[in-house]
Design a protein around this ligand. Structure first.
Ligand code: ARG
Length: 400
């Protein structure tokens, strides 16, 4: 039987793809795959229910732990950030594509479909992931290929008895996983429209956050968080706890203009409380244990890594190369960071590590082990080239 594996969320775009695969693409068997990367349980259940109604062979893959450990934690080590956005949607896509590819391999299929539009980044990420693992995959993108509009989709859904009530009631387009929640659509597309309170689900309004500051401690090992307030947690549970902690204090809202891969500038709103908190703590610890040159250079590496991750180039060799450097630096990123969260703001108030490059003995005003007199010659020669330039300039002026 001609089989196609549809990357399925249960939303309108992917649901209309189900009958389309038979009607327009000539497949006899449609297999739907929903990958659980921490989206709401109702979404997963809704996808399962719709798949049942529409008669597909359905698989739900629980990839939460893998997503947390191999994707979110990789992003922490690399201080993953694109234009102020902790790349939460971006890093889930490769894993979703990978899981769909794995199911296809088990079923002996190499035909795929997804519901991504032709404007966004997800088409790149998902198709790259599938092709990286199955080079001769055939991938259909009906929404893009047929230039589909929402009103066409609604009409087609109604004709084909696809339940769409939930989709019709939705004003916002929301994508959610452990690492964050992104909200688009409706009037939010206008760069000048202030986000209404109702779009936020994970973060409190700063003005309504608790009146007393909250202090927390995060323990790191090997560049990744291992415990919150002394309590050891698995990656997924730790991220969930961080989301809760930071979210209720109003930390983690991001409102940016984002440059998509195709060059489109779009307004994006995100809630990434856990990510924002863990990234801040991680960077704070790096500042204690790494040299100034390592820190400066790693910024460049992190930026390159983030760019690749944003694009979904998860299996790019450059990413492996960058991670070799990142990995070497992260061995010393071990210790504890203390933070104070208060009404939407967050400060590091302490850090400690067995690998700290800080020495109280050297830095203190009272210390005698750093002999100040040794600095005299260094200071004298400081800025030598700039001083020579001043002289040259005088000569230049005299000539004109
Ligand atoms: N701009 C985000 C990115 O490319 C994706 C946002 C997806 N959001 C959504 N509501 N579908 O990573």
């Amino acid at each position: 039987m001609k089989t196609v594996v549809l990357v399925y969320s249960g939303g309108l775009d992917t649901s209309v793809c189900i009958p389309m695969m038979k009607e327009f693409y000539g497949y006899e068997r449609v297999v739907t795959v929903t990958v659980d990367v921490g989206q709401p349980k109702e979404d997963i259940e809704q996808a399962e229910a719709k798949a049942r109604i529409l008669g597909t062979e359905h698989y739900t893959v629980d990839a939460k732990e893998e997503f947390a450990r191999d994707f979110c934690f990789a992003a922490i080590r690399a201080n993953g950030d694109y234009q102020g956005y902790p790349i939460s949607t971006s890093i889930a896509r490769p894993l979703i594509g990978q899981k769909a590819a794995e199911i296809a391999q088990k079923l002996g299929a190499k035909d795929f479909a997804h519901g991504c539009t032709g404007k966004g980044n997800d088409q790149f990420r998902i198709e790259f992931a599938i092709r990286a693992l199955i080079p001769d995959a055939v991938i259909h993108a009906p929404v893009r290929e047929r230039n589909m509009t929402r009103s066409w989709e609604i009409e087609y859904a109604q004709k084909n008895n696809i339940p769409i009530q939930a989709s019709l009631n939705k004003i916002w387009s929301i994508d959610e996983n452990l690492w964050g929640r992104s909200i688009e659509g409706g009037r939010l597309e206008e760069p000048d429209y202030a986000p209404p309170a109702e779009i936020f689900k994970w973060t409190a309004e700063a003005t309504e956050a608790p009146a007393t500051p909250k202090e927390i401690e995060i323990q790191f090992r090997n560049g990744v968080p291992v415990a919150l307030d002394g309590k050891a947690l698995n990656p997924a549970a730790l991220i969930q706890a961080a989301n809760q902690l930071a979210g209720e204090t109003g930390v983690g809202r991001v409102d940016i203009m984002e440059d998509r891969m195709l060059g489109l500038k779009v307004r994006e709103n995100y809630e990434c409380p856990g990510a924002v908190l863990l990234l801040k703590a991680h960077a704070g610890l790096e500042a204690l244990v790494m040299t100034k040159d390592e820190l400066r250079f790693k910024k460049l590496i992190d930026q390159e890594w983030s760019n690749l991750a944003y694009q979904g180039l998860w299996w790019d060799p450059l990413k492996d190369d960058l991670e070799a450097f990142i990995g070497a630096t992260q061995r010393r990123v071990e210790g504890t960071v203390k933070l104070r969260l208060y009404k939407g703001s967050m400060q590091i108030i302490g850090r400690s590590s067995p690998w700290a490059l800080y020495s109280e003995e050297l830095a203190s005003f009272d210390s005698t082990s750093f002999d100040q007199r040794d600095s005299t010659g260094t200071v004298k020669n400081f800025g030598l080239q700039a001083r020579m330039y001043m002289k040259v300039q005088e000569k230049l002026k005299a000539q004109r």
